[in-house]
Design a protein around this ligand. Structure first.
Ligand SMILES: [Zn+2]
Length: 418
C-alpha cells in the first residue's frame, strides 16, 4: 500500500452521503448543544432536539417500574434451565456492557455470554477494563478481524467516508448475531438504542426489540462492507481477491430470514432501564473493577470514562468535528445536559474549551495504522471541512461558521417533551 495518494479524485469518489442532506443553515438545540448538522437530528417547533425530548419523557412519562417487570418476564421466558448460556451481551469491556451483563447475571439470574468485536487497537486502560470485567466472572468470545484487511478497509473508509471507524461498526453489530447463530442462544441484549438516546428515529420509543426487517434495511443499505471493498479495489488500496469471503462474512449480518428462522431476538437494555452512562460508570467501577482514564480527562473533551478502549476513538470523534462541527466535548456535553449533570451554559463553555483540541496521543499510531502521512491526513480533513456546512476557509484559516452560544437572557427557557 502506498503511503499517500492525491485527493483530487476524492470528490468524484467520495461515498459520504451524510453531509449533502444536511441543512445549510446551522441551528443549535435550545436545550442542549447539538446542532442540526448531526445526521438524523430533528428539532421540534420550540427548537428542541428529539434526544432532549426523549430525555424529558424518560424523566416524566415513562413507567419504568412496568418496564422493569417486562424485563423480568423476558428473562423468565429465556432463562436456561440447565445453566447454559442464555443471553448474549455484546460489548468491549466498557462501562455500559459491563453494567448490562452484570445486571442480567446478578439481578435477573441469567447466564450471559459476553462477545466482543475487538477495537482497532486496545488502549492500555481499555484492555485492563476488559480483563477486570472477565475476572469478575464472565466468559468472553473476542472476534479479532483479519488485521491486514481491517486496516485497508479502515483506510478506504477514512478517505471515502471521512470516518476510518466504519469497518468496526459493521463487525460490532454483526458479531453478536454470528455468535448467536454459532451457539444457538436466542436472545441478544444490547445497551442503549443510540438512535433514540442520541437523536434519530424515535420509532423504538415504546418497542424493546429491533425487527429483522429494520435490521436488514438499516444495516444493508448502501452496501455496507461490500461498498468499501469495491471502492478499495477501485482506488488501489485493496488488490482484487485480497478481500476474501471467509473474512468478509463477519462484517455482514445474517439476512432477515435467517434471523427469523433462528428465532433470534435483539433487545435494548435502555428500553427497560433508564439509561444513564454516568451511573453505569459508578456501577461498573463498583462491581466490575472498571477504571477511568488514568491521565485524567480524555483529549478533546472534559470526561474521563467514555469511549476509552480504542486508540481510534479520538480520531473518530475528531472526524465528526471536521464534518459536522460537533466534536467530542459536544457529544459528551449534550448527553450530560440531558441527564442534568451540567447546565446548558456549562456545556457551552466546555464545548468552546475542548471541542477543537486535537487528539494527538494516538495520532502517530493512527498514521501508521492507516499507512498515511500527516500531510495526507490534513488533505483529507480539508476535503471534508470543505464539503461541510460547518466550516469556512477565511484568509487561509478554517473557522467554524457558527459556535454554540448561551441563550439570550430574555429568551424563554425551552422545555423538552412538549
Ligand atoms: Zn437537544
Amino acid at each position: 500500500m502506498s503511503k499517500t495518494k492525491p485527493v483530487s479524485r476524492l470528490d468524484l469518489l467520495t461515498l459520504d452521503r451524510q453531509i449533502q442532506d444536511l441543512p445549510k443553515e446551522i441551528v443549535f438545540c435550545r436545550n442542549c448543544v447539538v446542532s442540526n448538522q448531526r445526521p438524523r437530528t430533528r428539532f421540534n417547533a420550540q427548537g428542541v432536539c428529539s434526544a432532549c425530548e426523549w430525555a424529558w419523557e424518560k424523566d416524566h412519562a415513562v413507567d419504568w417500574a412496568s418496564r422493569d417487570k417486562e424485563l423480568r418476564e423476558l428473562c423468565d421466558r429465556c432463562r436456561s434451565r440447565d445453566g447454559s448460556y442464555d443471553v448474549i451481551v455484546p460489548g468491549s469491556g466498557g462501562k455500559d456492557s459491563a453494567f448490562v451483563a452484570h445486571q442480567l447475571k446478578h439481578r435477573f439470574g441469567m447466564t450471559p455470554l459476553s462477545v466482543t468485536w475487538a477495537p482497532f487497537s486496545w488502549t492500555g486502560i481499555g484492555w485492563r477494563n476488559l480483563q477486570a470485567f472477565i475476572r469478575v466472572g464472565f466468559f468472553t468470545i473476542v472476534g479479532q478481524p483479519n488485521g491486514d484487511l481491517h486496516r485497508k478497509l479502515s483506510r478506504v473508509a477514512f478517505e471515502l467516508k471521512g470516518d476510518a471507524w466504519e469497518p468496526f461498526t459493521f463487525g460490532q453489530k454483526a458479531w453478536a448475531y454470528h455468535m448467536a447463530e454459532q451457539t444457538g442462544i436466542k436472545l441478544i441484549v444490547y445497551g442503549e438504542n443510540g438512535e433514540l438516546e442520541y437523536g434519530g428515529s424515535t420509532k423504538y420509543k415504546n418497542i424493546p426489540k429491533e425487527s429483522p426487517e429494520d435490521w436488514e434495511k438499516d444495516h444493508f443499505k448502501g452496501g455496507g462492507v461490500d461498498e468499501l471493498v469495491r471502492a478499495g479495489v477501485e482506488r488501489g488500496i485493496l488488490k482484487k481477491g485480497e478481500a476474501r469471503a471467509a473474512d468478509l462474512r463477519w462484517y455482514r449480518a445474517p439476512p432477515a430470514e435467517r434471523i427469523q428462522e433462528l428465532g433470534l431476538e435483539m433487545h435494548w437494555y435502555s428500553y427497560y432501564q433508564k439509561w444513564t452512562p454516568q451511573e453505569n460508570f459508578y456501577y461498573a467501577a463498583k462491581y466490575a473493577g472498571f477504571e477511568t482514564n488514568d491521565e485524567g480527562r480524555t483529549e478533546s473533551t472534559y470526561t474521563k470514562y467514555a469511549s476509552l478502549d480504542d486508540k481510534m476513538d479520538g480520531l473518530h470523534f475528531y472526524l465528526a468535528y471536521m464534518k459536522f462541527g460537533l466534536g467530542r466535548a459536544s457529544r459528551d456535553a449534550m448527553q450530560d445536559i440531558r441527564r442534568h449533570h451540567i447546565t446548558r451554559d456549562e456545556g457551552v463553555a466546555l464545548v468552546r474549551r475542548y471541542d477543537h483540541e486535537f487528539p494527538k496521543k494516538h495520532f502517530p499510531w493512527m498514521l501508521d495504522y492507516l499507512q498515511i502521512d500527516e500531510d495526507f491526513f490534513w488533505q483529507v480533513m480539508d476535503y471534508y471541512r470543505g464539503r461541510s456546512n460547518a466550516w469556512v476557509l477565511k484568509n487561509g484559516r478554517w473557522t467554524l461558521k457558527r459556535v454554540v452560544a448561551p441563550l439570550r437572557a430574555n429568551a424563554p427557557m425551552p422545555r423538552g417533551g412538549a
